[in-house]
Design a protein around this ligand. Structure first.
Ligand SMILES: CC(C)(COP(=O)(O)OP(=O)(O)OC[C@H]1O[C@@H](n2cnc3c(N)ncnc32)[C@H](O)[C@@H]1OP(=O)(O)O)[C@@H](O)C(=O)NCCC(=O)NCCS
Length: 184
């Protein structure tokens, strides 16, 4: 399974990526906005690889490691996972601060949406972000998600909940967006 965009390659994470994954995922600026473990050790990368493999095999969707096409560098993660509602999936992602501000996150999220709706026939893709992480909300909006609703999200230390937003896009909305972008 491999997705290619103008500047990125998305493929399931593999053992050969472990060193690069640890180097990027160890950054607190990623952990503080996500449930990514901190400190991030090689066994965490191994667990992610195993979980992604199982999701791909069981559900036909899962996590991707994201690489830049121009130099093959690992820059982050993006993926889909099924929710409890049939036909719905949630998207998640994190990127090395080294490459923030270049538009890679919405580029990869757009590829995930295309994959989810066109290849996997999903009805809805949603994503959540913390209130203190408006940049991620902007990434979701740039990829076409809307319907922002205030939600409570699990705190990364496992204790209590924190304020956030949930956004989503339905298959029909995504198709309408593609048509409007084509005719623009
Ligand atoms: C969230 C994250 C993916 C954004 O990546 P990025 O490379 O900065 O994304 P982009 O550059 O494509 O776009 C970010 C957008 O948010 C905007 N933005 C940045 N900081 C912002 C802020 N404080 N408030 C509002 N918008 C903000 C940017 O201006 C940009 O929008 P624009 O293109 O319209 O100007 C990245 O910061 C990250 O990986 N963070 C840590 C992990 C994480 O938060 N994952 C998501 C969990 S929900």
């Amino acid at each position: 399974m491999k997705l290619t965009t103008d500047r990125l390659i998305l493929k399931p994470p593999a053992e050969e990526d472990i060193d690069a994954i640890v180097a990027v995922a160890s950054d607190w600026r990623i952990a503080e906005m996500t449930l990514v473990p901190h400190p991030y050790l090689p066994n965490h990368a191994q667990e992610w690889i195993g979980r992604a493999r199982e999701n791909w095999e069981t559900n036909g969707i899962g996590g991707f490691a994201v690489f830049t096409r121009h130099d093959g560098a690992f820059i982050g993660a993006a993926g889909l996972r099924l929710t409890e509602t049939a036909g719905h999936a949630s998207a998640g992602y994190w990127y090395s601060p080294r490459v923030w501000g270049r538009g890679y996150a919405p580029e990869a999220l757009s590829a995930l949406l295309r994959f989810g709706f066109e290849d996997r026939g999903l009805a809805r893709i949603e994503a959540n972000h913390l209130l203190i992480n408006p940049a991620s909300g902007r990434v979701m909006a740039k990829a076409g998600m809307s319907h922002a609703t205030a939600v409570e999200l699990p705190h990364r230390d496992g204790e209590g909940m924190v304020a956030g937003f949930s956004l989503h896009i339905d298959a029909a909305e995504w198709r309408a967006l593609q048509s409007s972008r084509l005719s623009a």
